[in-house]
Design a protein around this ligand. Structure first.
Ligand code: DGL
Length: 261
């Protein structure tokens, strides 16, 4: 039952590594009085090039731990983990507030309704391969030219804390080389690591394409779900953020820096 969780307990937020900080940033903005426990699973990263079964098993292990700790809700701040496990998680824990993230394709298309825009979706190979993404694409396929672009290797830059520089620019230029930047209307950053390289994507694409990320929508959805479950905090002071990482303290430092970006 939802009311077995304490409304003033922290909210768990996790990702395969440091990328979910882009979601935490949005959560903090929408719910400044909440406490958050951020867990980066860098020891198991990347998720996006593993099998769905491997990622699902790992995600269950983590979410079991969050529930045992009494964390009142869980935000899966990873598109890959969401596509691999969120449905199974909800079936297994119907009483637990679990919020996932998906590539922000809907706003990218709806902001240009009737225009048949060209929309690139950058994401991990697993996100793009999974049924959840195919269902999402099917909903908008008559309204836009959607180009899924798997980006293996890109999250590793952010994991290293490398959010600018020549190597990153070359990597992203190569990924986007097949596209005519004057004809691309929107680029969806469909992995929570990618908002931290948005500036470089912008440099490569020029000014025309609008960039979208899923964090703000996920944060608003989390607030709605907590409110519906009667689990919003009743504190009125600024909440605490605790960050842990399965690999190293160095990753925690990277998270702290990204949180202020
Ligand atoms: N940050 C994760 C996402 O949103 C993926 C990175 C990974 O491959 O682990 O999909």
């Amino acid at each position: 039952m939802a009311d077995t969780f304490d409304r003033n307990a922290p909210i768990a937020v996790f990702d395969s590594g440091v990328g979910g900080i882009s979601v935490l940033r949005a959560l903090r903005e929408v719910m400044p009085c909440e406490d958050f426990f951020y867990f980066g699973d860098s020891a198991y990263a990347p998720y996006g090039t593993k099998t769905t079964e491997e990622v699902r098993a790992r995600v269950f292990e983590l979410v079991d731990g969050f529930r045992d700790k009494g964390l009142k809700a869980c935000v899966v701040a990873c598109n890959t983990a969401t596509s691999a496990a969120v449905r199974a998680l909800r079936e297994t824990y119907p009483e637990y507030t679990i919020v996932g993230i998906e590539p922000a394709l809907k706003p990218a298309v709806m902001d240009r309704a009737g225009e048949m825009p060209n929309v690139i979706v950058m994401a991990t190979p697993m996100t793009i391969r999974n049924e959840k993404f195919h269902n999402l694409m099917d909903r908008y396929v008559e309204m836009a030219h959607i180009i899924p672009l798997p980006c293996p290797g890109l999250m590793e830059f952010v994991e290293r804390g490398e959010t600018s520089g020549e190597a990153l620019y070359d990597f992203i230029s190569n990924l986007l080389a097949p596209f005519d930047r004057d004809r691309v209307d929107a680029v969806v950053l469909g992995c929570t690591h990618y908002p931290f390289v948005a500036e470089t994507v912008r440099k490569v694409m020029g000014e025309k394409a609008v960039l979208y990320e899923g964090g703000p929508g996920t944060a608003r959805e989390t607030r709605r779900r907590l409110e519906a479950a009667g689990l919003l905090t009743d504190r009125t002071t600024v909440g605490k953020i605790t960050i842990e990482n399965s690999l190293s303290e160095e990753k925690v430092k990277i998270c702290e820096r990204l949180l202020e970006m």
